[in-house]
Design a protein around this ligand. Structure first.
Ligand SMILES: *Cc1c(COP(=O)(O)O)cnc(C)c1O
Length: 406
């Protein structure tokens, strides 16, 4: 029997790998030193551990350790990237290009910058979730200082062609930042092969601890300079002051090392599980819609809408499984996800969408359990649905005149 509840929401956060916890433990106990203490063994040990972790993090993305700025997570990394470039390159220009499907850490930072006079272009996406590279080229002006396009989307798992985006940026002399929080450790990511100048990442999306992340900042060709958003003490080469979270950083390093070693096997394994989940549901149910491109996609992501069911009832029916829905609770109502909206998914289908996030610790048994629970629940709900009955009888629902309509 599988152990319940089942965790299948690995885009929200990932469980801590036990090997990561083991690596962290000494730094909560005897090795508690401040990495900035230069006068004694406690400090030296902490600094050594941080530098070893920095090497592991850099190694995962093909960077130099000196290009890794430790932060509190990807939200801070995104803030530092955008505000740091906007501040440092103000003389050069005042225009940033991003996309409508970015994480709120990017979108809200852009809105903040707009209030300070920065102009932001929010590129649309096609129904597969990808931006149009011609749109991008057309949006670049001689005032453009930064292009910020995420690698993998956190809802639909779609992978943008960042190698090409980076190439376009470089050709035009514009810096390129990517929020790679969802992709690093899941798919190959090399800052040089992908033409990336600045990249955000977070430990808790790759089986490390919460509250620690990093910003990759290129040192040469081009050398990127950032205005800090946190001052005091001059840690992290002046780009991010504050006493370092030594246990967290050690855990992040270990998580990066494991990811680098196990990435090929792990991505093949999560891909196989994802496909097993998808094909089982597609075999047993009709009227399923996949959101986002199936080719350019994270191996462990499946985002699917189930027509003719009610979103909340569906989630209630599978409440021993942790997944995310395409609706977000706002103060008054259920709002469909802005990402699905941007892909052109209708409100009904957005409300009945589920994001399955398969990760390192999911098993085949769990996938089978989840598939069966979803299949049972959707069948049961559709048996109660007059709309589904009409659909099965071949009535075109668009032509039906409802009594309540005028
Ligand atoms: C989770 C996530 C973030 C925020 O990361 P934190 O470390 O939780 O602040 C930013 N961007 C993307 C794409 C994410 O998935």
């Amino acid at each position: 029997m599988v152990k319940l509840p089942i965790y299948m929401d690995n885009h929200a956060t990932t469980p801590l790998d036990p090997r990561v916890l083991d690596a962290m433990m000494p730094f909560f106990k005897d090795q508690f030193g401040n990495a900035a203490s230069r006068n004694h063994k406690f400090g030296w040990e902490a600094e050594q551990a941080v530098e070893a972790a920095r090497k592991q993090i850099a190694g995962l993305i093909g960077a130099d350790p000196r290009e890794i700025v430790i932060t509190s997570g990807a939200t801070e990394s995104d803030n530092l990237a955008l505000k740091g470039v906007a501040g440092m390159y103000r003389e050069k220009g005042d225009h940033i290009i991003t996309a409508v499907t970015e994480h709120k850490a990017i979108l809200d930072t852009c809105k903040h910058l707009e209030k300070e006079g920065v102009r932001v272009t929010f590129l649309p996406v096609a129904s597969n979730g990808l931006i149009d590279l011609d749109d991008l080229k057309k949006a670049i002006t001689d005032k453009t200082i930064l292009i910020s396009i995420m690698h993998a989307n956190n809802e639909v798992g779609v992978l943008q062609d960042i190698r090409e985006i980076g190439r376009i940026a470089r050709e035009r002399g514009v810096l390129f930042h990517t929020d790679a929080t969802q992709s690093i450790g899941k798919v190959p990511f090399n800052v040089n092969e992908l033409n990336v100048d600045i990249a955000s990442m977070s430990a808790h999306k790759m089986y490390g601890p919460k509250g620690v992340g990093a910003l990759y900042v290129r040192r040469r060709n081009p050398r990127v300079l950032l205005t800090p958003i946190i001052d005091g003490g001059g840690h992290e080469r002046g780009m991010r002051s504050g006493t370092l979270n030594v246990p967290g950083i050690v855990g992040f390093g270990k998580a990066a090392e494991i990811a680098a070693q196990e990435l090929p096997q792990e991505s093949a394994r999560t891909f196989a599980l994802r496909e097993r989940l998808r094909t089982t549901m597609e075999r047993e149910l009709d009227e399923l819609y996949i959101n986002g491109d199936m080719q350019n996609r994270l191996p462990g992501n499946l985002n699917m809408s189930f027509a003719f069911v009610e979103g909340e009832s569906l989630l209630m029916g599978i409440n021993d499984i942790a997944v995310s829905s395409g609706s977000a609770c706002t103060s008054a109502s259920l709002e469909p996800s802005y990402v699905l909206k941007a892909l052109g998914v209708g409100e009904d289908l957005a409300h009945t969408s589920i994001r399955f996030g398969i990760g390192r610790f999911n098993t085949e048994e769990e996938v089978d359990y989840v598939a069966n629970r979803v299949i049972e629940t959707v069948r049961r709900l559709r048996e109660l649905s007059p709309l589904y009955e009409m659909f099965k009888e071949g009535i075109d629902l668009k032509t039906v005149h409802w009594a309540t309509e005028n």
